[in-house]
Design a protein around this ligand. Structure first.
Ligand SMILES: [Zn+2]
Ligand SMILES: [Zn+2]
Ligand SMILES: [Zn+2]
Ligand SMILES: [Zn+2]
Ligand SMILES: [Zn+2]
Length: 241
């Protein structure tokens, strides 16, 4: 086989320098020198083998795009093989398998609940005035953000594998429905309040997320659901004092 014909790799200065070092060593050990052509052929072969590997071919844009888009539920972009970020083919929603309850990624397309059950129809969250995001149905046949449901202490999820339906119980105090969001100023749905006990600042969960208020990572510690208003945000006080 004529090696020179098929080789697409050309040695650069660094390769030359490295080869000279190797050959010097080989000479000292009584071995023959490796030729430039041999090295070019080997690197070329390795590059072609690497290119043929399935992991590279499968989805060249995959790891890059998921790294940049955070999960709509936990706001984290990190993922692994057992808890990947899946994208809805209808609305491009990005969610972790565990966060949205997708135990198996289906072959072909995947649709979030909203795109599957109410395609093209506007749905609104019973807890906040914001549209878009990870929706699930409630036990009352309405819609709510999974994010809102997870952050309002009295709201539960019936099936934690599928993360649905959202259980709207009578446990939610009436006062919660009366709070006015300090961010969007809309008195609709149910707000949460600043974790500082002396502070009563209220906000919708989605408003807090969108305006970048300090919120603990619920996925890391489900019991530590703490959100702070801008004044009491741990990060802000750190930079102030
Ligand atoms: Zn997540
Ligand atoms: Zn969708
Ligand atoms: Zn909501
Ligand atoms: Zn709001
Ligand atoms: Zn506060």
């Amino acid at each position: 086989m004529d090696k020179a014909e098929e080789v697409e790799y050309d040695l650069d200065e660094q390769d030359h320098a490295w080869l000279e070092l190797v050959n010097k060593q080989r000479q000292e050990e009584g071995m023959g020198a490796v030729s430039y052509d041999d090295l070019e052929w080997i690197i070329d072969l390795l590059e072609k083998l690497w290119f043929d590997l399935d992991i590279v071919k499968a989805d060249p844009a995959g790891p890059i795009s998921t790294e940049d888009v955070p999960c709509d539920v936990c706001n984290d972009a990190e993922c692994d093989n057992t808890n990947a970020i899946v994208f809805c083919d209808g609305c491009n929603l990005a969610v972790h398998q565990d966060c949205y309850g997708v135990p198996y990624i289906p072959e072909g397309q995947w649709l979030c609940r909203r795109c599957m059950l109410a395609p093209g129809m506007p749905v609104s969250c019973i807890f906040c005035p914001n549209t878009g995001g990870a929706f699930k149905q409630t036990t009352t046949n309405k819609w709510a953000h999974l994010l809102c449901a997870l952050w309002i202490p009295e709201v539960g999820i019936q099936n934690h594998v599928y993360m649905e339906p959202i259980e709207v119980s009578t446990m939610i105090p009436r006062s919660r429905w009366k709070l006015v969001c300090s961010i969007c100023k809309v008195k609709r749905g149910a707000c949460i309040q600043c974790h500082k006990t002396t502070c009563f600042t209220a906000f919708h969960v989605t408003c807090a997320r969108r305006s970048g208020l300090s919120m603990t990572n619920r996925t890391l510690d489900p019991n530590a659901i703490r959100a702070f208003c801008r004044r009491h945000s741990p990060m802000v006080s750190f930079t102030c004092f």
